[in-house]
Structures are given as structure tokens and as C-alpha cells.
Design a protein around this ligand. Structure first.
Ligand code: ADP
Length: 511
């Protein structure tokens, strides 16, 4: 039993697919952003810490160089103080102890602050009050550390090396825990001192956490908005499909002349509508053909049946002589034969159209077959003094269905004799030209008017019924011939001049 799947409209399906794609893109984008921001922050922190230590180190180096050089006479008193103490005194000056904090404004101390702390400050990207700085002299003793460290101290070069930290270009980059907080540490090893800078990682982590929660909360919102937008777009673009469905529902067998309304756009929906309209047009023409066929068939059957009924009624009305009965019965038999022909023709056509007739391809000696058919019609031709001449190239064989080919050739040759007045002539030729076999049947008969020629293969078509009144026929013969020829990949061509004669040329592919 066919179980209908759960109904999910195309609109919803499109919205789901669209939403999934948007969600995947957003998540990927958010992940890339997060990772990039996180990397950048840590990279910048390292760069900032590293530059701060290097700058401080170079100030100390300069200071040491100056303290060892005899000063020119006119040096300022401040510089002399520096010379008297060691190079670390530049760090020890009271006014500089609280360097950590906002950059001091332009005041009397600014000049003194400048050399050391402007070098440090200009490299600080993050909150400057969180920077810890420590200077260790060559003996391994802490010469100075920033005020904000209080009693804490940063690890020495030897501590870090002992912990397994790698030294790259006289610098160590590592993490260090101080009182439960993780610090990023950069230590610059110098010839005059070791300078260490540290920054609590928690602050960067807080920034990243803020970024993460921003993404976490905005993501579903953006997603919901885009799914809704997708749903709206899908609904809008699928509206014409509803119009098609509603219109198609109104088209039935009785109003196949109706067509679906063409949408204003020139897109896939328009193409679909056009294709459906073409299909309806084809259905309409097939339907018309069937209707025509049914009415023609009943008409063809009605006439012989009416004649039969009349003959039988007359015969029953009063007693007849044996001779009269014989005449009536002969007339009835004639009508029955006609009926049989019509019914047989109808049966052949309907079987052919429903694909029930299989063409069995076997080698058929066409030369012999045509000669046989000629023999069959010869008897009738002779009684009507019609001269039948044949010119048959021997031993021509084609691949086909012997019974069907016989039926087709008999029909065409019979027609030639049938529609040729007494004392006329019929010529039959069979030859092979360029890979094709040609059968030509030419007569000197009544011919077919040019305007009727295109219709002779139509079912039940008979040229001028009055003209062929005395000639028995159903009008089905040539339509069956055409079908058989087509089924053998052949061609049929009829040329005719009214009153002069008709030539039918059939060709088949040579085996
Ligand atoms: P029918 O049973 O009437 O012969 P066909 O389908 O064989 O039906 O032929 C259709 C019509 O074509 C005939 O009624 C006839 O008018 C015309 N026709 C066919 N063959 C010839 C011919 N050789 N000469 C003149 N008319 C022909």
C-alpha cells in the first residue's frame, strides 16, 4: 500500500535548507572570527610586551654608557645625579615609581619621565595599569619592579629556564601563575640587565568571552531572521505554482480548449506553464482524433447494419421464393463481409496504436512476395480486362514481418486494380537503388484530386464517396499501409493526376 509521506511544503523545505546553509555559514564565520581575534590579541600582547622590555633595556644600556663616560662641563645638574648613581637610578627616582597608570601630562616631571617611560608606554596596547615590569641586574638581584606589583615578583631568567621555557633570540615567552592568576611573561635577557614584562591573561580571556557571548546571542537572532526572509522569498517565488495548480484543476476532458494563464515573468515557471500548455494541446488533438475516430467508426458500421436490417425485414414481411431468398442472403452476406472488413481494420488500427502488434523482423524475400500478391489480384484483373505487367528484380530480401508486408502490398496493388476502369493497365516494379528497395505500383485509373491527396492516409478517408460508391472499401486500408511502412522504417509517396492515374512508391531499407 502506498503511504503518502508527511506533507512538507516546498516553501518550508526551501526555508529549512536555506536556514541550514545560513547557520553553517554563520557558525563557520563566527569560529574563524573568534580564532583570528584570539590569535591577534595574543600576538599583539606578545609584541607589546616584547617591545616594552626591549625599549627599557635599550634605555638602561644608554644610561650605563652615559654613567661610565666623563660628562662635559656644561651638563645639567639632573644628569650629574644620574652619573653619580648606577644606571638603575633612572628607574628609582621617586617620580617614576608610579609610572604605571595613565601617561603623565606635560608638567615639570615630563622631561625626566620621557626617556624611560615613554619608551614603555608607547608599546602598551592594553590596559597599561595591568603591566608588570621588573628589572634584574647582572647578579640576579631585582634592581627594580613596578609599583603595581606590590610585594609580588616576576620569575628570574634562571627560574624560567629551569621550568623548561625556551630562549629565542635572548627572549623567553611563557605563561606564569602568580597568586592564582595566569600571566603572559616576556623576558628580555640583556648584557646590562634582564627586563621582564607581564600581563594578566584573564583580561584577554574576558574580551574573548565577551566576543563569544555576543556571537552566541546574535547568532540565533540572525538565523531566525534569515530563515524568515528565506521563507518569504520562497513563498513569493512559488506563488505562481499555486496559480498553475488551481487552473490545472479546472481543466477536464470536456474543456481541453482551456489553457493555463502564462505568468508575466520569463523564467522556469513560465517554461513549465508553456510545456504544460503544449501537453494540453497535444491531449486536445489526441482527444479530438479519438472522438473523430469513434464517430467515423460508428458511422461506417451503421450503414451496413442498416442495409442488413432492411434486407432482413423485407425478407420476413412475406414469403419469398427460393431465388428471392438467395438474392437477399447474398446481399446480406455482402454487408456482413463489409462489416467484417471494417471491424478487422478497426482492430488492426487500435492494436497498432496501443502497441500490441509486434513487428517480427525476419528476412523476407520481397521479390517473391510481390509476385505472390500479383498472382492473387490477377484473377480480378483478368475478369475486368486490366492489363497487369510486372518488372521484378529477382532475389531482393529485406528484414521485416512477412504477414504485415503482404497485407500492405496487397492493399496498394488491390487499390490500383480497384480504382482503374476496365481495360486499363497496372504496372508493378521492384528494384534496389542505393541501399533501398523500391516498390512502384502505377495505374491508369481514376486518379486522386490534388486537394484530397494529403488525406488519403487518414482513417476512413475515401475520395468522393459517390465516385467510389460501387467500389467496396472502408477507407482504412491506406492508414494501415502507412503504419506498416513506418514500422519497417520505410517511406510511402503517392503521386496522382485526376483522370489519368496514380503512382504509389514505397521504399524499404535494403537488408
Ligand atoms: P479504401 O478502402 O476506400 O480503398 P484506402 O485507405 O485504401 O481505402 O484508400 C483511401 C482512398 O484513396 C480511397 O477511397 C480512394 O479514393 C483513394 N485511392 C487509393 N488508392 C487509389 C488509386 N490507386 N487510385 C485512385 N484512388 C485511390
Amino acid at each position: 500500500m502506498y503511504v503518502r509521506p508527511v506533507k512538507i511544503t516546498l516553501r518550508v523545505r526551501l526555508a529549512i535548507v536555506y536556514g541550514t546553509l545560513v547557520a553553517a555559514t554563520l557558525v563557520a564565520f563566527a569560529a574563524i572570527t573568534y580564532v583570528t581575534v584570539s590569535n591577534e590579541l595574543y600576538k599583539n600582547l606578545d609584541a607589546s610586551l616584547s617591545r616594552a622590555t626591549s625599549s627599557l633595556l635599550s634605555v638602561l644600556r644608554k644610561e650605563q654608557a652615559q654613567s661610565q663616560r666623563p660628562l662635559p662641563k656644561l651638563r645639567s645638574s639632573k644628569r650629574r645625579v644620574a652619573r653619580e648613581t648606577d644606571m638603575f637610578s633612572v628607574l628609582q627616582r621617586t617620580s617614576l615609581r608610579d609610572f604605571v597608570g595613565p601617561i603623565p601630562g606635560v608638567d615639570s616631571l615630563a622631561y625626566e619621565l620621557e626617556p624611560v617611560w615613554s619608551a614603555v608606554y608607547e608599546h602598551m596596547l592594553l590596559n597599561s595599569s595591568n603591566y608588570w615590569m621588573q628589572v634584574v641586574d647582572t647578579r640576579g638581584e631585582i634592581a627594580w619592579r613596578s609599583e603595581n606589583m606590590m610585594s609580588d615578583s616576576l620569575p628570574l631568567f634562571t627560574d624560567l629556564v629551569a621550568q623548561g621555557a625556551a630562549v629565542i633570540d635572548d627572549k623567553i615567552y611563557t605563561y606564569y601563575w602568580i597568586r592564582g592568576e595566569r600571566y603572559r611573561i616576556v623576558l628580555s635577557k640583556g648584557d646590562v640587565a634582564d627586563v621582564t614584562a607581564a600581563y594578566p591573561v584573564a583580561e584577554i580571556d574576558a574580551t574573548l568571552r565577551r566576543l563569544f557571548s555576543l556571537m552566541l546571542y546574535s547568532l540565533p537572532l540572525v538565523l531566525a531572521m534569515s530563515v524568515f526572509a528565506g521563507w518569504l522569498v520562497a513563498r513569493r517565488s512559488l506563488r505562481p505554482v499555486d496559480v498553475i495548480a488551481t487552473s490545472a484543476r479546472t481543466i477536464t476532458a470536456s474543456n481541453l480548449g482551456l489553457r493555463l494563464p502564462m505568468p508575466a515573468s520569463n523564467d522556469e515557471i513560465a517554461r513549465l506553464t508553456e510545456t504544460l500548455n503544449e501537453m494540453i494541446a497535444r491531449l486536445e488533438s489526441s482527444f479530438d482524433q479519438i472522438k473523430q475516430f469513434t464517430s467515423d467508426a460508428s458511422h461506417e458500421l451503421k450503414t451496413p447494419l442498416a442495409i442488413l436490417m432492411g434486407e432482413l425485414e423485407v425478407a420476413l414481411r412475406r414469403p419469398l421464393s427460393a431465388e428471392e431468398y438467395r438474392t437477399t442472403l447474398a446481399s446480406c452476406l455482402e454487408e456482413v463481409i463489409r462489416l467484417t472488413h471494417v471491424v478487422q481494420g478497426l482492430l488492426d488500427i487500435s492494436r497498432a496504436e496501443t502497441g500490441q502488434v509486434q513487428i517480427v523482423r525476419q528476412p523476407v524475400r520481397l521479390s517473391a512476395l510481390v509476385a505472390d500478391v500479383c498472382d492473387d489480384v490477377m484473377l480480378i484483373a483478368e475478369t475486368r480486362h486490366i492489363d497487369v505487367t510486372t518488372q521484378i528484380q529477382p532475389s531482393i530480401t529485406i528484414a521485416g514481418d512477412r504477414v504485415r508486408l503482404h497485407q500492405a502490398l496487397l492493399n496498394v496493388i488491390e487499390n490500383a486494380v480497384k480504382y482503374t476502369p476496365d481495360h486499363g493497365s497496372v504496372r508493378i516494379e521492384v528494384d534496389a537503388v542505393d541501399n533501398r528497395v523500391r516498390v512502384v505500383v502505377a495505374d491508369t485509373g481514376v486518379g486522386i484530386p490534388a486537394d484530397q491527396l494529403p488525406h488519403i492516409y487518414d482513417r476512413f478517408f475515401r475520395v468522393d464517396k459517390a465516385r467510389s460508391k460501387n467500389i467496396h472499401g472502408t477507407g482504412l486500408g491506406l492508414s494501415i499501409v502507412k503504419w506498416i511502412v513506418d514500422a519497417h522504417e520505410g517511406t510511402i509517396d503517392t503521386r496522382s493526376t485526376e483522370g489519368r492515374g496514380t503512382t504509389v512508391e514505397i521504399t524499404f531499407p535494403l537488408r
